[in-house]
Design a protein. Structure first.
Length: 242
């Protein structure tokens, strides 16, 4: 009798473990599937945003959808730039150069002028100087600041100009600049002058990868059920033997 009770408890424990694993995998699969659907919408908006250039005039960047191409006029401030750290391109470390653009109406927009490679030493920053000049009209995509996957990647603006920073908030950049900033920035068009590497792509991994991860998780759920079924059949056969 004690042996039978122990066997029953063992089977029940394994069944509960298999059920928990199955439910966790199913839930992870649905999360990846919904993530893929959200990413697909973002990629579609990114593609649609290139269809036309909207002149903003004095309107804020927030008045148009994300990834929309716009044109706006202002004066670039090459004396107060930010180097956005932890930005890679083709597996090379580097920075993205953020330059303030003072607009005629008094607003300031950060313009991402593109990616520059790491020099090999934090003591020697890349040369990103920009001579003062007259007002310019720039075209590019409306976007937001990149966010850190881990909080450890955050570093507020520090040092002399250009100030190095990693995954900052717009408020931190505004405080360092001493001027209010629009909450969105401009990704400078690849063909525009006074820029660096600008191979702008839709955000995150492709929707297809999220969908494939979802299918993998659901496959793991099926394997958990299959493993439970095999163990149950083997146990039943073992008990049936004389």
């Amino acid at each position: 009798m004690p042996g039978l009770r122990r066997s029953t408890l063992t089977r029940l424990g394994f069944a509960l473990l298999a059920l928990a694993a199955c439910l966790a995998c199913v839930r992870a699969g649905f999360w990846q599937w919904h993530k893929g659907a959200d990413r697909e919408g973002q990629w579609q908006r990114f593609a649609q945003g290139a269809a036309q250039v909207i002149p903003l005039g004095s309107a804020a960047l927030a008045s148009v959808p994300l990834y929309q191409r716009v044109s706006l006029t202002g004066t670039l401030d090459g004396a107060h730039q930010f180097l956005l750290d932890n930005r890679s391109y083709q597996e090379r470390a580097g920075y993205e150069v953020l330059t303030p653009l003072a607009r005629p109406g008094g607003g300031v927009v950060l313009v991402d002028r593109g990616w520059v490679p790491f020099t090999g030493s934090r003591a020697h920053l890349p040369e990103v100087s920009l001579a003062a000049g007259p007002a310019v009209t720039l075209t590019g995509r409306v976007d937001t600041l990149p966010s850190a996957g881990l909080s450890l990647g955050h570093a507020a603006p520090a040092g002399a100009w250009p100030k190095v920073t990693a995954f900052p908030s717009m408020d931190e950049l505004a405080a360092a600049l001493g001027s209010a900033l629009e909450p969105r920035l401009l990704l400078l068009d690849p063909q525009a002058p006074d820029g660096y590497v600008r191979d702008w792509r839709p955000p995150g991994m492709s929707p297809l990868r999220h969908y494939s991860y979802a299918i993998q998780w659901w496959s793991f759920a099926a394997l958990a059920v299959l493993a439970w079924g095999v163990m149950t059949v083997r146990h039943s056969r073992g008990r049936a033997r004389p």
